[in-house]
Design a protein around this ligand. Structure first.
Ligand SMILES: Cc1cc2nc3c(=O)[nH]c(=O)nc-3n(C[C@H](O)[C@H](O)[C@H](O)COP(=O)(O)OP(=O)(O)OC[C@H]3O[C@@H](n4cnc5c(N)ncnc54)[C@H](O)[C@@H]3O)c2cc1C
Ligand code: FES
Length: 331
């Protein structure tokens, strides 16, 4: 355990051996700004004032030679070699409602959702609590670095579920889809993420999922129903994907009761000749479907970074205040 101190005037927190500075901060309830946790977004960048660190992922997309020259590091990849004093942006919104923990997880089942997305269920130890929309880091045996996956249902029954898309040639998804079998144990660290359901918000809810961004949006839909939010609020669920193969029946995924209270719209970017539904990019479909009503909604979204950027631009142009957008970008 080593001490990390925020420059110039605190707070201090302890970092356990093998942990990263970002995750230690969040475990200690210190709001270090972040999003992806895997070295891709750059939100957790800090300046090292005193001490030494080791970077886990040398090829992290958000870390460059220029950062190294300026003694800037990524909190999600930096492990301290001793006591450190660091300068970083503090954001109270980064503190998770549930403290992230390392857990052992046993794979229980794998259920297909579409041709390349399956729902993986893990029985977990530790505190069984997270907010709908959050994610965890799953470390598969023999694969360097945990990968981020969003929980797809609700906590509370000892089992955490994740809808995961098989990435062609992907290391972690290759293991999960091709080698992992029920009874195997993996490690799961979480919950993380800031794009979780705000239960106290009175506005209609708009959920926008791109591909495997489906997972946290299903969790938020279930969370809104469980919190009794769907009596006086509308729930609009948009799903953007490429072809008919990516589609699913909303009742199969959300259950008949929630699906019955949801307006569900799927849009295809590469439709076959038989498709009569919406086509094109999902942010355009959301804007064209909701019109001015979007400015009054609470918006949650998950999916590729390019989709995320387009949604933020569309929402900004439609007059949606930034504090009504909730998301963690997928990389
Ligand atoms: C916040 C967040 C939530 C996500 N939620 C989901 C979800 O619910 N469902 C889903 O299917 N996908 C989700 N993803 C994407 C997922 O984490 C992986 O990018 C994807 O499964 C590819 O993993 P792979 O190892 O199979 O592919 P690979 O091509 O082998 O790896 C690609 C990705 O793995 C990460 N990576 C590579 N090397 C390392 C390393 N050493 N340390 C840490 N990370 C590394 C990088 O992010 C990279 O983009 C999410 C991503 C983020 C950031
Ligand atoms: S690069 Fe560290 S949180 Fe994204």
């Amino acid at each position: 355990m080593v001490k990390i101190t925020k420059h110039p005037d605190g707070p201090e927190f302890d970092c356990a051996e093998g942990d990263t500075i970002l995750r230690a901060a969040l475990r200690a309830g210190v709001g270090m700004s972040y999003s992806c946790n895997v070295g891709s977004c750059g939100n957790c960048r800090f300046e090292l004032i005193e001490g030494e660190v080791e970077h886990l992922r040398k090829d992290a997309p958000a870390w460059s030679e220029r950062d190294l020259k300026r003694n800037r590091w990524l909190g999600c990849q930096a492990q301290p070699k001793g006591e450190c004093r660091i300068k970083f942006r503090e954001d109270p919104g980064a503190i998770s409602p549930d403290t992230p923990e390392h857990r052992t997880a046993e794979l229980v089942s794998v259920t297909p959702v579409t041709h390349d997305i399956s729902e993986f269920a893990f029985r977990v130890d530790g505190t069984d609590s997270y907010s709908p929309g959050q994610y965890a880091l799953i470390t598969a045996p023999g694969i360097e670095g945990g990968r981020a996956y969003s929980m797809s249902r609700l906590a509370g029954d000892g089992t955490w579920r994740f809808m995961i898309r098989k990435v062609p040639g992907g290391a972690a998804t290759g293991h999960l889809f091709e080698a992992a079998k029920p009874g195997d144990t993996l490690s799961i660290d979480g919950p993380y993420g800031t794009g979780w359901l705000r239960e106290d918000c009175p506005r209609d809810i708009v959920l926008i999922a791109g591909g495997s961004g489906l997972s946290p949006m299903v969790s938020i839909a279930e969370g809104a129903a469980a919190a009794g939010m769907l009596g006086d609020r509308r729930l609009h669920f948009f799903y953007g994907c490429r072809t008919e193969d990516d589609l699913f029946n909303p009742e199969d995924i959300l259950g008949a009761e929630i699906a019955g209270k949801t307006s569900f719209t799927a849009a295809l970017s590469e439709p076959g000749s038989g498709w009569t539904g919406p086509t094109g990019f999902i942010h355009d479909v959301v804007r064209d479907t909701l019109g001015e009503a979007i400015a009054e909604a609470e918006i949650y979204f998950a999916g590729p970074a390019v989709m995320s950027a387009s949604i933020q631009k569309m929402a900004h142009e439609a007059g949606v205040p930034m504090d009504r957008l909730h998301f963690d970008e997928f990389y």
